[in-house]
Design a protein around this ligand. Structure first.
Ligand code: CDP
Length: 216
């Protein structure tokens, strides 16, 4: 039987960590949609294409082959997994993600993947746009300071230079941009279950989601 799980929420709420574990538990393909927007940002920056240059941006995306291998994002044969998480890309991704033509292309790709597999997808518009009919929708959030703390630790653990106060301000800026953009802004789907993970650890969040899924 096919199962679809949508996890949305603000920056650094732990969506990807949780989604990966929920995917393992229920044998679902995990799709990190944020990684797709981040990968588009990397390739655009490498080619000097700004978010305003729509025709070049469209042409660029139309010539990209993007897929996931395990949890790694591969674009035109190159593994971009380490580059997508850098603060430079975090600071720029929201302006590319706000472009209608970028969203149309990535959302189409995401919908196509979900047609063929049982998936758990995380992002900003999964429960509201990409998987409107998902079997389960979760909205995962936490206090901004908690999210910044976790992101800071993640970057330092990976050997990436970071400063807590810059991460916190990036998170606040990105949340604002993502929730106020015109197209498919970050918003909690009416039928989503909200989980505030400020005082919960990873296992507690996964167990809670699993409980909802088993219950039905
Ligand atoms: O991991 P984190 O929560 O920091 O962000 P992400 O999930 O990697 O997403 C990076 C950025 O991509 C977000 O800040 C959004 O601007 C954009 N995004 C989006 O617009 N729609 C999605 N479905 C996923 C990400």
């Amino acid at each position: 039987m096919k199962l679809t799980v949508a996890i949305d929420g603000p920056a650094g709420a732990g969506k990807s960590t949780i989604a990966k574990l929920v995917g393992k538990k229920f044998n679902l393909v995990y799709i990190n949609t944020g990684a797709m927007y981040r990968a588009v940002t990397i390739i655009a920056l490498r080619n000097g294409i700004t978010a305003e240059n729509i025709s070049k941006l469209c042409n660029m995306i139309d010539n990209l082959e993007m897929h996931f291998e395990d949890d790694n994002i591969i674009v035109n044969g190159e593994d971009l997994s380490n580059e997508i998480i850098t603060p430079e890309i975090s600071g720029k991704v929201s302006s590319y993600a706000a472009v209608l033509e970028v969203r149309e292309r990535l959302v189409n790709l995401q919908k196509k993947i979900a047609e063929n597999y049982s998936v758990v997808m995380d992002g900003r518009d999964i429960g509201t746009v990409v998987l409107k009919n998902a079997d389960f929708k979760f909205y995962l959030t936490a206090l901004p300071e908690k999210r910044a703390e976790r992101r800071y630790k993640e970057l330092i653990d990976k050997g990436i230079n970071a400063e807590y106060k810059n991460i916190l301000s990036d998170i606040i800026k990105r949340d604002y941009a993502d929730s106020h953009r015109e197209i498919d802004p970050l918003t909690k789907a009416v039928d989503a279950i909200e989980i505030d993970s400020s005082t919960m650890n990873i296992k507690e969040v996964v167990d809670l989601m699993a409980e909802y899924i088993y219950r039905r």
